[in-house]
Each structure stands twice: as structure tokens, then as C-alpha cells.
Design a protein around this ligand. Structure first.
Ligand code: GRF
Length: 192
């Protein structure tokens, strides 16, 4: 199989992006992270990419630009890297049909809850406040909705009695960092 070219989109910290870059270094014959795109110039993910010599770029919203115009510029930039897969890792914008039509069935995301429970901006927070005894993360295809695309795989974990929210969230992120590359590998090998 042709080596798969992965473009990551991220807006912030980038721990999942780093985990995927690490994994791709090991799985050199299977995949390569060809770029990281962001909508935030100061996002820490840019620093993480430097260690791996992965090029990054930022598309900032122009004054009076609508979301379709933004996505057109994002697609144009991404196309110069010819990605096979678009992997969202903490990308905080909703992708429009302009974008999704360019990469049908090739855009995936990780969300910090067991979808369809707790979609939206604060999956861990919403689950914690709801007092669930079990939470997790979900890798899913991206559609035009908010965390509504078809589910690819989920990882469950229990809440520890008395655990603080910060500890719960930190633990969740560590689990995501392991799970996301595992799911991507399985997906790329055609086993999902
Ligand atoms: C993760 O919890 C992910 O599930 C969510 O945003 C967070 C990104 O974290 N979509 P990081 O930037 O990868 O550290």
C-alpha cells in the first residue's frame, strides 16, 4: 500500500498531534505527517512540530470573511501537501461542506467523551459534572455537525472515586494520546 500522507489540523496544545507524529516516526512505511495546519498562530502545537521537522502553517480569519471563504483558503493550502487523510486533533472550528467535499470519508476527529453523549466543547467537563461513573473518548468521521459523524472506535475508562476534575482530564488525555494513533493505524491498514 502507498504510504499514507496525513495532514493534522490543531488549534492548541497539540498532545494528540505529537502522539501521532511520534507514531508516524515508528510506522514510517505506513504513514507520514506531511503538515500541521492551525487557525491559531501562537498554538503550542507549532512548537511540538519543530521537534519532528513537520512543517506548520496558520490560516487566520480575515476581516469580513465567512466560514466558507476561510475553508477555501485552508483547502488550497492543504492541497499543496497532497494529504490522503485529514486528522483533527483539538481543531476548534467546524468544517464546512466546502472542506468536507474535498476529502470525503477522509476526515477524522477525536472527541473527549463516549459519543453520542456529551458532544461539544467540553466533553470531559460535561461528563464530570453529570457525575458519570464511566467516560471515555471517541474517534469518529467528521461531518457538518458538531461531533455527529459516524463512530470509528471508542475507548472507555472509569472515573476514580474522589478524583479531581483536573486529574480526570489529564488521565483522559493520556489515554487519547495512546488510543488515537492505534485507531489511525488500524484504519490505515483497512481493518476498520
Ligand atoms: C482533546 O481532549 C481532544 O479530544 C479534543 O481536544 C483536546 C485536544 O488536546 N478534541 P490536545 O491539543 O491534543 O492536547
Amino acid at each position: 500500500m502507498k504510504k499514507q500522507r496525513i495532514a493534522i489540523l490543531a488549534s492548541g496544545n497539540g498532545s494528540n498531534a505529537e502522539a501521532i507524529m511520534n507514531w508516524a516516526m515508528i510506522q514510517k512505511s505506513l504513514a507520514e505527517v506531511v503538515c500541521i495546519g492551525s487557525n491559531v498562530k501562537t498554538a503550542y502545537v507549532h512548537e511540538r512540530a519543530k521537534k519532528f521537522l513537520v512543517p506548520t502553517f496558520t490560516i487566520s480569519k480575515k476581516k469580513n470573511e465567512d466560514k466558507h471563504g476561510f475553508d477555501e483558503r485552508l483547502v488550497e493550502k492543504l492541497q499543496s501537501y497532497s494529504p490522503d487523510w485529514i486528522v483533527l486533533a483539538g481543531y476548534m472550528k467546524i468544517l464546512t461542506p466546502v472542506f468536507l467535499k474535498k476529502y470525503p470519508g477522509r476526515v477524522i476527529n477525536i472527541h473527549p467523551s463516549l459519543l453520542p453523549a456529551f458532544p461539544g466543547l467540553d466533553g470531559y467537563g460535561d461528563a464530570f459534572r453529570a457525575g458519570v461513573s464511566e467516560s471515555g473518548c471517541t474517534v469518529h468521521y467528521v461531518d457538518e455537525g458538531v461531533d455527529t459523524g459516524a463512530i470509528i472506535a471508542q475507548k472507555k475508562f472509569s472515573l476514580i472515586k474522589g478524583e479531581s476534575f483536573d486529574d480526570f482530564k489529564k488521565r483522559g488525555l493520556v489515554i487519547e494520546n495512546q488510543f488515537y494513533p492505534e485507531v489511525i493505524e488500524t484504519l490505515l491498514k483497512g481493518n476498520l
